[in-house]
Design a protein around this ligand. Sequence first.
Ligand code: ADP
Ligand code: ZN
Length: 523
Amino acid sequence: MTSAETLGVLNRVFGYDSFREGQREIVDHVSAGGDALVLMPTGGGKSLCYQIPALVRDGVGVVISPLIALMQDQVDALRALGVRAGFLNSTQDPDERRLVEAEFLAGELDLLYLAPERLRSESALRLLDRGTVALFAIDEAHCVAQWGHDFRPDYLALSELHERWPDVPRIALTATATKATHAEIAARLGLEDARHFVASFDRPNIQYRIVPKNEPRKQLLELLRTEHSGDAGIVYCLSRKSVEETAEFLVRSGFDAVPYHAGLDAATRSAHQARFLREDGLIVVATIAFGMGIDKPDVRFVAHLDLPKSVEGYYQETGRAGRDGLPSTAWLAYGLQDVVQQRKLIDASEGDTAHRRKLGAHLDAMLALCETVECRRVQLLAYFGQSASPCGNCDTCLAPPESWDGTVAAQKLLSTVVRLRRERGQKFGTGQIVDILLGKRTTKVTQHRHDELSVFGVGADLRDGEWRGVVRQLLAQGLLAVEGDYGTLVTTEASDEVLYQGRKVMLRREPERTIRAAKPKRA
Ligand code: ADP
Ligand code: ZN
């Protein structure tokens, strides 16, 4: 196997002139029979890293992928290039399956896509025994990591591939891996001794912006009208209901938008997805059910109307913008209610304490990214274990937020929460606490005689919105917590350090002006 041969396949079969950064080394290494673990961002060009070795090696390249819905498309695309590809998954009827199996055994396939659950069946394993396997490619390899954000139990069985076929090279690929996930993938798949290829996760053409959420739909509209009219983009929402409502809202406002979530029937979903891929300037409003494996180069913006559950998820979702390398926007509106809601979801989640602690840690990292006063890109890359210098292109670089000493404000707020509990045996949500601090005699305040508390009105130096910002940031820093369905505020152990031990609290002041990117230039 020579580099010239792999380059020849790249030119002849795929019609590309040259390898992208990292691809050649990986292709040559795997073609020569080496194991590899590949960390490369979305759009980096992972597929060729196993497709070309599968073509130049004897036998069939077996690709394990959880993206069952996309297998047909992937196989069709390969067949259009003259590559002999097939797939096996649960959506097929027995006849279709038998046909593919026969092709595999007759050596008439270059690539076989396999859903991970297939490998639990002994008959599928025996099938592989009877043919020649050129390599195993494990796509979306982060699914094997329990620490990650997208764990799939079926992936655990993949550790057995090596035991059963010790001579077949394996290449595991993922677009999302923090240091911890990276290590877990290597350990679970037995790839510690494999060569690790880690591409830069920097996506310099994406401008990251995280704004305080006031009226999210109006803010989104402003973004679309001023910077992205006529552009294709994805708007992520947490719930199906808000997906529907936001899509309707955008259509009423004159935009081409369609909804996408798991509650829609399969035909509607695939029609909307197909339109997004084919048409110019369509907006898909979606839950995170949308996007994995979707390869549309000219997505100009990804907007989040709700807080993602983890930095890994956020990075993967925003990574769908600007695969063509042209300027694109990753925009997230984030507010107090997001923290309250996400904590509630974690409390209500199934699974043991360790699982909840993991979800909590993922959320904390996401909150830290939202509240940082430093470059978003630096923070984001640091999360993936990579260093960078301030990018000069994200919102915090363009308009550095001031930080201010919020110790006294935090003490006022925390002692209000403590007093209500100690003196009255009560717990309240943000609204009431802020009204007490501001000294507002609302009906609810007088009803509860909260105007008689000694803390009543001690916070008149800040405005309502500023107090909500303080609450949000204290929650993000773990100096305050929310409880129950009504989002009542309670103190934490760390709160005591602020109240009684002189711990200093630094807070972020939201910049007054909004950041606006220059209109991206089209190629
Ligand atoms: P990933 O799986 O890493 O998200 P893909 O393998 O889908 O990325 O590749 C992303 C896009 O880049 C695809 O449209 C692919 O055809 C294109 N691509 C990959 N490698 C090259 C290359 N060497 N030259 C030109 N285009 C490439
Ligand atoms: Zn920056």
